[in-house]
Design a protein around this ligand. Structure first.
Ligand code: ATP
Ligand code: MG
Length: 425
């Protein structure tokens, strides 16, 4: 094995992975655009405070997953572990609050988390995410969920289940946390170390525990939905009826609390059906999101509501593979040029230019190789045509077009007519 390898938990996307990746990315961008979301690219590193102020000390991200380093100027930076806080930082920095609201944004890029690498869990992970900022209404939550739902349908992942919940606002949670603490206290010894620690720091997070998910104390926990304020309950009710209206199926799952502190009211997750959970284990969630009305203020901005979701690209690709879903095949090579002799190479370059300008895909042949070797290469590339240009063709302004897809039938055409001939079939 080579002594230099990609860092643990980080992987290369190879040309053979490209069709599925491109399928996911193109479909995501097309669906986002169809809902009028616009691309935003933020840096891969941020001031560490963008995340430490927003995610909360008890979050996995801040407590154990963030890559933090000092740059040469002494500033403390973090490789971004997630997209939302960075997008909100940009929203404030560029005064997007003065644009017509809401501002609808999407991103597609790598995130970094010092997670324990295993199938579906990596240290560099790619996310596609959408954010709808500046609209407090249930319609914004429903729109984001419908967008994500539509994307999964377009990808052919139509069996993912959507679970939604409301975690109310800070006020709701204060009441509920007391109730939950009283409920869990007698069972504390049977719970994991993590949960025992969280009992003192952030009780709500215990519901989110993967280790204790099956514990009776968690399964019999009171539902946060019974403690929503009237306003929170109305908001949740409205989200549900909008989802009903748009034909998006869901189930209500009071255990979903989400891992980050900045969420408020609506939260959700998309997961593969339970039967498949066995092979995806604890890496089931493909997309998750929620409303984050308190986030802007944590970053020093004016109070601004927001809602968004993030989809794991690798987990999406794993789900496509598990179902045998293939990407639509990439555009084939139309022409391979075969330059021969002294004048062929220059003539082949000019021909390739004009064919590409006509929208065709052209692979350049390699001067100096024999006709036989080049034809073999053209066949292996799956090209429709080989375009042979030697000294004689260069002098007469013609090209020998060999129709590889049709038994190698060959005809001579003027260079200026080649694009028309190749493009017409
Ligand atoms: P988990 O509970 O699996 O750790 P999370 O709550 O940390 O997930 P989010 O922060 O909600 O995940 O990220 C949104 C999506 O990004 C996830 O649903 C998942 O698809 C993907 N994701 C998160 N962490 C990883 C990772 N380490 N490797 C691969 N994909 C990931
Ligand atoms: Mg995590």
């Amino acid at each position: 094995m080579a002594d230099l390898q990609a860092p643990r938990g980080m992987s290369d996307v190879l040309p053979e992975d490209e069709p599925l990746w491109r399928f996911v990315r193109d479909t995501a961008e097309r669906v986002a655009r169809s809902f009028d979301y616009r691309l935003i690219n933020t840096p891969i590193v941020e001031d560490v405070r963008v995340f430490s102020r927003t995610s909360g000390d008890e979050s996995d991200i801040v407590s154990k997953e963030m890559y933090v380093f000092e740059d040469r100027g002494g500033g403390e930076l973090a490789l971004r572990p997630e997209g939302t806080a960075a997008v909100c930082r940009a929203y404030i920095e560029h005064g997007m609050g003065s644009r017509p609201q809401p501002v609808r944004l999407y991103y597609f890029g790598p995130m970094f988390r010092y997670d324990r690498p295993q199938a579906g869990r990596y240290r560099q992970l790619w996310q596609f995410g959408v954010e709808c900022i500046g609209d407090p209404s249930p319609a914004a939550d429903a729109e984001i969920i419908e967008l994500q739902y539509t994307l999964f349908r377009e990808l052919g992942l139509d069996d993912l289940t959507l679970s939604i919940n409301s975690i109310g606002t800070a006020e709701t949670r204060r009441t509920y946390v007391d109730v939950l603490r009283r409920h869990l206290e007698p069972h504390l010894e049977g719970l994991s170390q993590d949960s025992q620690r969280r009992f003192g720091t952030n009780v709500l997070r215990i519901l989110d525990s993967k280790e204790d998910a099956g514990h009776p104390a968690l399964q019999s926990a009171p539902s946060i939905l019974d403690y929503l304020t009237d306003e929170d309950a109305q908001h949740f009710e409205a989200v549900r009826s909008l989802l009903d209206a748009s034909g998006v199926p869901y189930e209500v799952a009071p255990r979903i609390v989400r891992g980050l502190d900045y969420y408020a009211r609506t939260v959700w997750e998309f997961e593969p059906p339970a039967a498949e959970g066995s092979d995806s284990g604890q890496q089931g969630t493909v997309s998750a999101g929620g409303r984050y009305d308190g986030l802007m203020e944590l970053l020093g901005g004016p109070p601004t509501p927001g809602t968004g979701t993030a989809m794991g690209v690798e987990r999406t690709v794993l789900n496509l593979r598990a179902r045998g879903i293939e990407a639509p095949s990439a555009a084939p090579v139309d022409v391979v040029t075969i330059p021969l002799g002294g004048q062929g190479p220059a003539a082949a370059l000019r021909l390739a230019q004009s064919l590409r300008a006509a929208g065709l895909t052209v692979r350049a042949g390699i001067p100096g190789r024999s006709l036989r070797a080049q034809l073999r290469g053209a066949d292996a590339a799956g090209a429709r045509y080989a375009a042979i240009l030697g000294d004689d063709e260069a002098a007469r302004g013609v090209v020998q077009l060999k129709h590889l897809a049709r038994d190698g039938e060959q005809r001579e055409v003027a260079v200026g007519d080649a694009a028309g001939v190749v493009g017409s079939e």
